[in-house]
Write a protein of this length. Structure first.
Length: 230
């Protein structure tokens, strides 16, 4: 069974509408919708925004639904000029850009006492996603690279530049690395799929509102295509 997490209602409602024989259960204020899409058994859930919600949601999927993998779908801000609004970024790794224990001698982004800074995504899921995205969204670009997560909406050029230069990341959002950490600790595969809704700079507030629906459409098409191939 595959867990599919989106942070916001707009990111999961279209997937829920496609489900066959859905069963809905509420745990920790989150509605877990279990059923099938394209013949694949899935649990689709809106985690809510932020790393705590995302991590908690992931653990519930593991403990109560025994998922054998998690895909985190949603939208993000681009950190690179070549990654445009509407494009897709698939995670190679995920890192928490707001984790800072440098005062104790750790690297920026490194989680104390874990011995790891970034969490590698599943190569098979990423390869499948890359193939499916070219088929489902032929008019956009697909990138693979590091996703940087933090409990901040990035709409400042200086902060954007700092995240890009510090972590060599392709996009920034608010949940992916928490889901990646939960998957790592539970030893299950994960992939973060992010459609770009804005440039994570001074234009972010305007871009986000205008392009949110289009970005979500691209990510939904990709997820459905992946489920068809699984």
């Amino acid at each position: 069974m595959l867990g599919i997490i989106g942070a916001m209602e707009v990111e999961v409602e279209k997937l829920r509408e496609m489900m066959v024989a859905p069963k809905v259960r509420t745990v920790a204020g989150m509605s877990f919708c279990q059923g099938t899409i394209k013949g694949k058994e899935v649990v689709v859930v809106r985690s809510g925004v932020g790393k705590v919600n995302a991590g908690l949601c992931s653990q519930i999927l593991v403990d109560q639904y025994h998922v054998d993998g998690i895909i985190n779908t949603g939208i993000a801000g681009s950190l690179r000029n070549e990654v445009n609004v509407g494009d897709i970024v698939l995670s190679t790794t995920a890192v928490q850009h707001d984790m800072d224990a440098t005062g104790f001698g750790y690297q920026i982004g490194e989680i104390p006492q874990m011995g790891i800074k970034e969490f590698p995504a599943d190569e098979h899921l990423r390869t499948l996603a890359e193939k499916c995205c070219k088929k489902a969204n032929p008019d956009i670009q697909t990138f693979t690279g590091r996703v940087a997560s933090g409990d901040q909406f990035i709409n400042d050029k200086e902060k954007k530049a700092w995240i890009r230069e510090t972590f060599d990341a392709y996009c920034t959002e608010m949940e992916g690395a928490a889901i990646a950490q939960a998957a790592y600790l539970n030893q299950i595969p994960y992939l973060v799929v992010r459609a770009i809704s804005d440039k994570a700079d001074d234009s972010a507030n305007v871009d986000y509102k205008e392009f949110e629906a289009k970005a979500v459409e691209h990510s939904v098409r990709l997820i459905v295509s992946m489920l068809e191939e699984m």
